[in-house]
Design a protein around this ligand. Structure first.
Ligand code: NAD
Ligand code: UDX
Length: 465
């Protein structure tokens, strides 16, 4: 096999952009191109002002300063990029299907299929196609069938393909450090030469012991399983947060005590308003769908419960808020601190803030919203519903203290660090009384709040009033 010189990544999103930036940085001998059909996204990746990148990730702009327009380019010319590349990563979106068979359960693979068709039409010589997107088990089979289909691959040229699975385990907000220092790199396939060619790239910065080979199906399933395990820990601790509230226990103490057991470990035991992000719910639902497909209903029910608890957590927080505000939110202003699904990202996909805000809007509240990185356009898109009910009942504020003016309550939704050091003495004179703080992330100091005579409801805190 000839050495890999040119790489194309289809999909310039939260995975494609950062992943290729780190590959380009560590492999200066490779030419890396990220392509996308979304012109405005590519324009933003090429913006000379690095504050305008479409993805906010700590450490990303520093890497781009080094590699962009050297051995890393961003383009909309998908066909040309495929044609000249030896290895193509498919890193497109795979959201839950909205309509038809498997709607609300399995992934919508239209973007993956369209990539396979484009590759089949445009590739030259031998091409290694790498699944970077998270996919239902057996998708590699579909990709292979499309690539090898004589009806598409109908030219006389001798084109061949190897398909590999190389799922991405990065988390948003820590993507660069996760990519630079991954726990493992998983390569699934049945063509050892192609697997070694991909390994040659990672070995430039990842220790060999962390690069593991499996068959295609184990690789695809491992990705869904890892996300299911992580999400299950969050649902477990969130279910216990409710027990804490009624028994007088404190969830922070419980997770510390449980996490100190070396067999359990302390990560992913932070109670919160429910997991968000584009991956957890989608990937568990895929696992559920796969289990039902094979008649494993008990297995499906087991994993489904992780998603049910997550929805329940959001609803129960909303109910706690309404109950404490005398069951009435009409004509009340509520401050919302944080809209991203976690800190250090501008991503709002499946953010618990969306569901909770929509419920509060339904109650007639007016919301003053602040986030450190999410822009107003995204918030408007996430909260907008039918045109008929379109009086905008929220305002996006740039200054964090301005959300408090005339507010009856504040809800801390995202754990941005500036929310941990708010000056509550400065806030007190501008709010309505009685004023409530609802802390869904356990980031305020209860003593400080209570000493100022402010009402506090904190998730999983058995000392709530
Ligand atoms: P994203 O929506 O941010 O980006 C996907 C991009 O693909 C979009 O810009 C879209 O325009 C582009 N695209 C779609 N079809 C295309 C086509 N035919 N040609 C060219 N471009 C096309 O998605 P993402 O968050 O980067 O996720 C990508 C995949 O990686 C998903 O399968 C996801 O489950 C998985 N994943 C995501 C994360 C994460 O943290 N976001 C982590 C690990 C894995
Ligand atoms: C996740 C996986 O962690 C990552 O490996 C995979 O590649 C993509 O999906 P991501 O969704 O970006 O990453 O972020 P993550 O840190 O996992 O957080 C997901 C959600 O869980 C967030 O809403 C976060 O606030 C919440 N969470 C996380 C908790 O509520 N408690 C925790 O202890 C950890």
């Amino acid at each position: 096999m000839k050495p890999i010189k040119k790489i194309c990544c289809i999909g310039a999103g939260y995975v494609g952009g950062p992943t290729m930036a780190v590959i380009a940085k560590n492999c200066p001998n490779l030419e890396v191109e990220v392509v996308d059909i979304n012109e405005s996204r590519i324009k933003a990746w090429n913006d000379t002002n690095l504050d305008n990148l479409p993805v906010f990730e700590p450490g990303l702009s520093e890497i781009l300063k080094d590699v962009r327009n050297k051995n890393l380019t961003f383009s909309t010319n998908v066909e040309y990029s495929i044609k000249k590349s030896d290895m193509i990563f498919i890193s497109v979106n795979t959201p839950i299907k909205k309509k038809g068979m498997g709607a609300g359960q399995t992934s919508d693979l239209r973007w993956v299929e369209s990539c396979a068709r484009q590759i089949s039409q445009s590739a030259k010589g031998h091409t290694i196609v790498v699944e970077k997107s998270t996919l239902p088990v057996k998708t590699a089979q579909t990709i292979k069938e499309i690539l090898d289909s004589p009806s598409i691959n109908n030219s006389n040229e001798d084109r061949t393909f190897s398909v590999l699975s190389n799922p991405e385990f990065l988390a948003e907000g820590t993507a660069i450090s996760d990519l630079v220092n991954p726990d493992r790199v998983l390569i699934g396939g049945d063509d050892l030469e192609a697997m070694n060619a991909l390994k040659e790239i990672y070995i430039k910065w990842v220790p060999e012991s962390k690069i593991i080979f499996t068959n295609l199906w184990s690789s695809e399933l491992s990705k869904l399983s890892a996300n299911a395990f992580l999400a299950q820990r969050i649902s477990s601790i969130n279910s216990l947060s409710a027990i804490c509230e009624v028994t007088g226990a404190e969830i922070g103490d419980v997770s510390d005590a449980v996490g100190m057991d070396s067999r359990i470990g302390s990560k992913f035991l932070k109670a919160g308003p429910g997991f968000g992000g584009s991956c957890f719910k989608k990937d568990i639902l895929n696992l559920v769908y796969l289990s039902r497909f094979y008649g494993l209903n008990e297995v499906a029910d087991f994993w489904q419960e992780t998603v049910e608890i997550n929805s329940w957590q959001k609803t129960r927080i909303y109910k706690e808020i309404v109950a404490r505000l005398f069951g009435n939110l009409a004509d009340k202003k509520i401050a919302i601190l944080g809209f991203a699904f976690k800190e250090n990202t501008n991503d709002t996909r499946e953010s618990p803030a969306i569901d909770i805000c929509k419920n509060l809007l339904d109650e007639g509240a007016f919301l003053n919203i602040h986030d450190c990185k999410v822009n107003e356009e995204t918030i408007d898109k996430d909260l907008c519903r039918k045109k008929s009910s379109n009086r905008k009942m929220w305002a996006c504020k740039k200054d964090v203290y301005s959300v408090f003016e005339d507010a009856h309550a504040v809800i801390l939704m995202t754990e941005w660090s500036i929310y941990k050091t708010l000056d509550w003495e400065k806030i007190l004179p501008v709010v309505k009384q009685p004023f409530w703080v609802f802390d869904t992330r356990l980031i305020v100091n209860p003593k400080v709040i209570k000493n100022l005579g402010i009402n506090l409801w904190q998730l999983g805190n058995g000392m709530n009033q």
